[in-house]
Design a protein around this ligand. Structure first.
Ligand code: FRU
Length: 447
């Protein structure tokens, strides 16, 4: 049926079929990168969540392995949800994950590799002490999920953070543990932000103020900032902030309160959610995985037989120029996919014009583009935001960008573009947008 010749990516990670959502417990172990992912083995829509598992030597080429964890106990029978790996100095891996119980209560469980010397970590054992954590008093049974990688404090105890909410107050709870079996809840939050609602998939990690090396999750002290990220259920975006962590008080404070979690920066302004980082001890870098929750309708997903991707992983470092933002770049291994390259320089793009770039045929393209804007208007414009007008609506300084997947008549195209908007005589706000309305496989997304 020609209507449903859907194109799969050969680029971002995806299982062969069925539904996938966020990434869980990524780690590097004995020469292999491991990714686990929220996976429905039976259907292309969310449900019956298990942990899919794949390994790679280079974060680019993946080998799918059997399911790592399936919902087969009372404490996870409604789904083996997101979790994180902690590599213990004793050589063990502590995999903490959320289980949704028979009555839909969210509890935290512990799993271990059956054989930590197996590079592929094929078999996982659920700890007989499960569940190791129940929702504490005052926390809703459905608001207690996605434990972070643990970090070691100055008192020799591990800390695990878990996102939640108190009404509309988004919060991060912190537990201390010695053995990952018994836990003590701290009497204060690591951090909270009013009005942000449920914090899913909290991530908390150190970044170096100087240099480009990643840091182990337990690193703290001089020359180190901490990033706190929450995936906001309300916005379906991954919000983060750069701040300072006090490992004695177990408090994190944003460096700029105006740029707090949920009201400031986001990892990505497209479809990108439930992300998670891990420390790659082999190459000493911090790597970010994000889930691309695509825009197709459930109806189309079922027809396709699959839904969603994990982005090519990105290396994350603090932006040394300001110390206030992160820089993300696809992992260097991506260069192994670049078989041919074309370079176009000094391309002049006049207002309203389209400049074709001839590259012959290709099935996958990796485009790096740099634009230099010539100011043609110094006037304040009254344009408000944004991407809403699509690529056809002109602003005083744009939009400009790339028309991908375009045919010669430009009736078929997907645009990725910048829209700079002059908000005052000397200030410009730039929106980074995509317009899929002329993409023939586009289906309206009610989100
Ligand atoms: C994020 C999320 C997590 C949860 C998992 C369930 O999208 O909702 O909070 O653990 O997905 O699949």
């Amino acid at each position: 049926n020609a209507m449903f010749t859907w194109q799969r990516t050969a680029y971002h990670f995806q299982p062969q079929r069925n539904w996938m959502n966020g990434c869980a417990g990524p780690l590097y172990h004995k020469g292999w990168y491991h990714i686990f992912y929220q996976y429905n083995p039976d259907s292309a829509v969310w449900g019956n969540i298990t942990w899919g598992h794949a390994v790679s030597r280079d974060l680019i080429h993946w080998l799918l392995l059997p399911l790592a964890l399936v919902p087969d106990r009372w404490y996870d029978v409604n789904g083996v949800w997101t979790g994180s790996a902690t590599r213990h100095p004793d050589g063990n891996i502590y995999m903490l994950y959320t289980g949704s119980t028979g009555n839909l209560t969210q509890v935290q469980n512990l799993a271990h590799p059956a054989d930590p010397s197996d590079p592929l970590l094929l078999n996982w054992v659920k700890n007989p002490a499960n569940p190791v954590l129940l929702p504490p008093p005052g926390i809703g049974p459905k608001d207690f999920r996605d434990p972070t990688t643990a970090w070691l404090g100055p008192d020799g105890l591990w800390r695990v953070a878990i996102g939640s909410r108190m009404e509309k107050l988004g919060i991060t709870l912190v537990y201390k543990t010695r053995d990952f079996l018994s836990y003590e809840l701290l009497d204060h939050y690591l951090h909270s932000v009013p009005g942000t609602g449920m914090w899913e998939c909290v991530d908390f990690f150190p970044v170096a103020v100087n240099g480009t090396k990643g840091l182990d999750t337990s690193a703290a002290g001089e020359g180190i900032k901490h990033v706190l990220k929450a995936s906001l259920d309300d916005t379906k975006l991954d919000h983060f902030a750069v701040g300072t962590y006090d490992p004695v008080e177990d408090l994190w404070t944003p460096d700029d309160p105006k740029n707090d979690v949920g009201i400031g920066l986001k990892y990505d302004y497209g479809r990108y959610y439930a992300s998670k980082t891990f420390y790659d001890q082999e190459k000493q870098r911090r790597i970010l995985w994000g889930w691309i929750n695509e825009t197709d309708t459930e109806f189309d997903d079922l027809k396709k037989g699959w839904a969603s991707l994990q982005t090519i992983p990105r290396t994350v470092v603090l932006d040394g120029r300001t110390g206030a933002d992160l820089l993300q770049w696809p992992v260097e291994e991506i260069e192994s996919l670049r078989l041919r390259s074309y370079c176009f320089e000094d391309v002049l793009v006049g207002p309203g014009s389209v400049v074709p770039l001839h590259i012959g045929s290709a099935t996958q393209l990796d485009i790096m583009a740099e634009f230099e804007v010539e100011l043609i208007s110094g006037k304040k414009t009254d344009e408000e935001n944004s991407c809403d007008g699509g690529a056809a609506e002109r602003s005083s300084l744009g939009p400009f960008g790339i028309l991908a997947l375009a045919d010669a008549s430009l009736s078929e195209l997907t645009s990725v573009f910048f829209r700079p908007v002059q908000t005052s005589a000397d200030a410009v706000t730039t929106y980074f947008c995509t317009d899929q309305t002329r993409f023939s496989k586009f289906t309206f997304d009610p989100l």
